[in-house]
Design a protein. Sequence first.
Length: 338
Amino acid sequence: MSFRILQCVAALSFGGAFFPSTLSATPSDPIFSQIQPLAASSLILDIANVGKGLVAVGERGHVLVYDGSWHQVATPVSSQLTKVFFLNDKLGWAVGHDATILHTQDGGQTWQQQMHSPEIEKPFLDVVFLDENKGFAIGAYGLFYRTNDGGAHWSDEFHEELLAEEDVSYLAELKGSDQSAYVSARASLLPHFNRILTLTDGRLLLVGELGLVAVSSDQGQTFARTSFDYDGSMFNAIETRDAVYVMGLRGHIFKADVSLSQWNEIELPVQSSINGAMSVSDDAVYLVGNAGIVIKLNGDDTSSIVTRRQGENLVSIAKDNQGNMWLSGSQGLFILKP
């Protein structure tokens, strides 16, 4: 699999201006995912809370719903799904490979295709909605799509402000001399956008490759990089304890207060890449990552290894309404036992 197996298995996009590629939600002929008896033991890349249950997504278009037990539901794609987001107990979206976006209006029981564009040759890696209409899907090589109508239409944006300075100059030269080369280069110069998070004050936080940690105060029209002194990939972010944590490659995790003006690195007991995080309380944040690592980050930012599952990589963590913590990764879903 490509893109570091989406940050989990192998290790496992002009200033926000709109470009003409606006896609309406007219689905192509769907290739439905197959109901598999062992789907819960296959690659699962994300878990989200919805109502009193959970929804998980993964390879081959698999979506599983938990209501006391896990069961797979049908989806209109067989592309690998990388992330799932729920705005409330009914409305949700899932994204993945082949530039796929799915939507549910019944808490994950049924799914409709909003976008499926294999010709883009890039996966979406995250999705978030501000309300039932405004949302964003982001992914590899600066892939950034916006909707203002709940996903009926998605519009491509190119965030040139997140390019390296030398790449801005390079693109400007190409644009004036070779339009086709300009379009081709523009499609690959931005880093992978791995995670987009809505902060409690309404700002958007975007993290990704090459030490990308950027913030938007205008609902994603423009982003500004924060003063982040690390050039490795960041795979996830979480806001908790009146602070923001970003985490990623080789066990690097950084913390800033909500001003995001200064980042301080937190030492972890391992150097495994950190892919997922969940805040349990002010005294406990759980981190999961490669080499099957589960880490508890305490209120004073000290940390300890909870468990290590040999031979697998962990990507996501969520808690059900019974208080059980579910983990997902290269070998599917399982409960974190005390």
